[in-house]
Design a binder for this molecule. Structure first.
Ligand SMILES: [Zn+2]
Length: 566
């Protein structure tokens, strides 16, 4: 029988009263204070580890420092959250943050991730397939503990109803008190804190969940600026250069944008393992010291197509203006972008493009992912019909982690045992490196296959292949995994990338290129910054934006060589 309201139920208690037993009455300020305390203590282990680096744990001053910093974290989070909370918003705001923070702390602790604006942008652009690969059983336990329990408590909180004059008064007093506490705590540790922030500015991106709120605000502000202003066209003077009139054959440049391949594991660079056996048998030119513009795709991709990239880095300018693909298209080069990943990040907007997924290449796609061989699909027919000057950009899935083992067919699983778990923590470092190297073997195969296709048509089409990776990867060095470290402190393994060039004989002749000269150039430092000008030089598009010293081929082409010998 359903007990009626006010009627004693079987256990002798009023149901209204029984429900009230599980309710936690609290004010907005109390709830926010508890949440701030919880996060300061439970979500900031990486921050405290970084802040305490080099300090003696036996020294009482260290404990004073820890206490003051913890108080400061609580006060700052309290201040920010109280400002956006009232009795209606406090629970939804905290609920979203509880979940986001549980995810964030997991990845920060596991992979050494810093949640700066560029990392957050990367996270926001993660597609469903990428997200699925990042989910691991250990994450579930973390979520249950750090999100499940707090959410349960939050759910049972009933915000105390107060008259608005009283609520306003309490709010103002709480804000003032928090502000005073934050200042007092800051003054107590000002000296060490100031030197920490001066020497390791990136540490602030470990303060959780403030890092997410800050980065989210920065990304939203940048996007709002970007939406307000359409991409500015550049190089309006771009036009075909003098060589176009003399060409007898069509010219096709294939630019392969690699993913997460690092220079340190590249066979052609002298890695202990031969991870590039097929390229090693081909007459390719290997650039052995190439630096990427960023440590994640979101930064590197727009930057590598910009006229000025890392050498005078300005994210707003790069995102706000067109890149080299638009300049080439304006001069009459037929540009096509083929994607096997998460899109071109704006650099191919408005240009011809397709995705491997949409090609229905037989046997190459499953679970929303395709193997990189799909990038070559239909290339031979394209070469057969080729006219004029063409640039085909192929955006690889490459060594996209953490599931390296999903990036190659079984026949490339040469290095064993290879990690076959989406959760890297379940594998030994050797197994992780084995899977990573197997994925490189597959990229080696894809590139060699593309070169074979170009070679087979070399009698009728002058062609070139240029491969460069977008950024590197950490494979457990200094306990770091994956990539995306703030650029200033990123290890070399995340910023040094492989780059390889191949040219058909006809192409070499058309460019008047001295290969020995280019080989010597390839041993010197190069960077993503060279891409814009090298493409303009090779495809002979003239514009005032072209800077010969950033064109890797310039000094090795006939007119420059002739000028040198004069
Ligand atoms: Zn990438």
């Amino acid at each position: 029988m359903q007990p009626m309201s006010g009627m004693p139920s079987q256990d002798g208690r009023d149901p209204v009263e029984r429900e009230a037993r599980f309710v936690i009455p609290a004010t907005v300020e109390q709830v926010v204070l508890v949440a701030s305390l919880f996060w300061a203590l439970a979500a900031n282990r990486p921050f405290f580890a970084a802040a305490l680096h080099g300090r003696d744990s036996a020294d009482p001053a260290t404990w004073g420092f820890v206490l003051a910093v913890a108080v400061m974290l609580v006060a700052v989070h309290f201040l920010v959250l109280v400002l956006v909370s009232n009795r209606w918003t406090v629970k939804p705001v905290l609920a979203v943050l509880v979940i986001a923070t549980a995810f964030a702390t997991y990845y920060m602790a596991r992979f050494g991730v810093y949640l700066d604006p560029s990392m957050l942008r990367n996270v926001l652009r993660t597609d469903a397939t990428e997200a699925r690969e990042l989910l691991a059983p250990a994450l579930l336990a973390q979520l249950l503990l750090y999100a499940g329990v707090p959410l349960l408590l939050l759910w049972r909180v009933r915000i105390v109803n107060r008259s608005w004059p009283k609520a306003t008064l309490v709010r103002a007093a709480a804000l003032l008190a928090a502000f005073a506490v934050a200042i007092a705590a800051l003054l107590a540790v000002f000296q060490p804190m100031a030197s920490l922030m001066r020497n390791h500015r990136e540490v602030r991106y470990l303060i959780t969940p403030a890092n997410m709120l800050w980065s989210l605000g920065a990304v939203a502000a940048a996007d709002a600026r970007g939406v307000a202003v359409p991409r500015q066209p550049i190089a309006l003077d771009a036009k075909p250069g003098p060589a176009w009139a003399q060409r007898r054959r069509p010219m096709v440049v294939v630019l392969v944008i690699g993913e997460t391949a690092r220079a340190a594991n590249w066979g052609l660079n002298g890695y202990a393992r031969q991870t590039t056996p097929q390229l090693a048998t081909l007459p390719v030119i290997n650039f052995s010291d190439v630096t990427s513009c960023g440590t994640n795709t979101e930064v590197s991709l727009p930057c590598m197509f910009a006229p000025v990239g890392r050498r005078d880095y300005d994210e707003a300018r790069i995102r706000g203006t067109e890149g080299v693909l638009h300049v080439l298209a304006r001069a009459g080069v037929a540009v096509h972008w083929r994607d096997n990943q998460s899109g071109c990040k704006g650099v191919c907007d408005g240009l011809s493009n397709d995705s491997v997924q949409s090609l229905n290449a037989p046997g190459l796609c499953s679970d929303g992912r395709c193997l990189d061989e799909g990038l070559a699909y239909g290339l031979d027919q394209r070469l057969e019909k080729a006219q004029g000057a063409q640039l085909l950009v192929l955006h690889q899935l490459g060594n996209h982690g953490p599931s390296y083992f999903r990036r190659y067919p079984k026949s490339f699983a040469r290095f064993q045992p290879a990690c076959e778990n989406d959760d890297l923590q379940r594998c030994s470092r050797d197994e992780i490196v084995n899977a990573y190297d197997n994925a490189l073997l597959y990229t080696d195969h894809v590139l060699a296959h593309l070169i074979q296709l170009l070679r087979a048509r070399a009698a009728s089409v002058d062609s070139m292949l240029l491969y460069v990776s977008d950024h590197g990867e950490s494979l457990g060095e200094n306990r770091l995994f994956l990539h995306g470290m703030p650029y200033a402190i990123a290890p070399d393994v995340q910023t040094k990338v492989p780059m390889v060039m191949w040219l058909s004989d006809g192409m070499r002749g058309a460019l008047g290129l001295d290969l020995d000269c280019l080989r010597r150039r390839a041993a010197l430092p190069a960077a993503h910054d060279h891409l814009f000008h090298t493409l303009l030089g090779v495809l002979d598009v003239s514009t005032a934006l072209y800077e010969p010293r950033w064109d890797l081929t310039h000094d090795c082409r006939a007119p420059a060589l002739a000028a040198q010998s004069r």
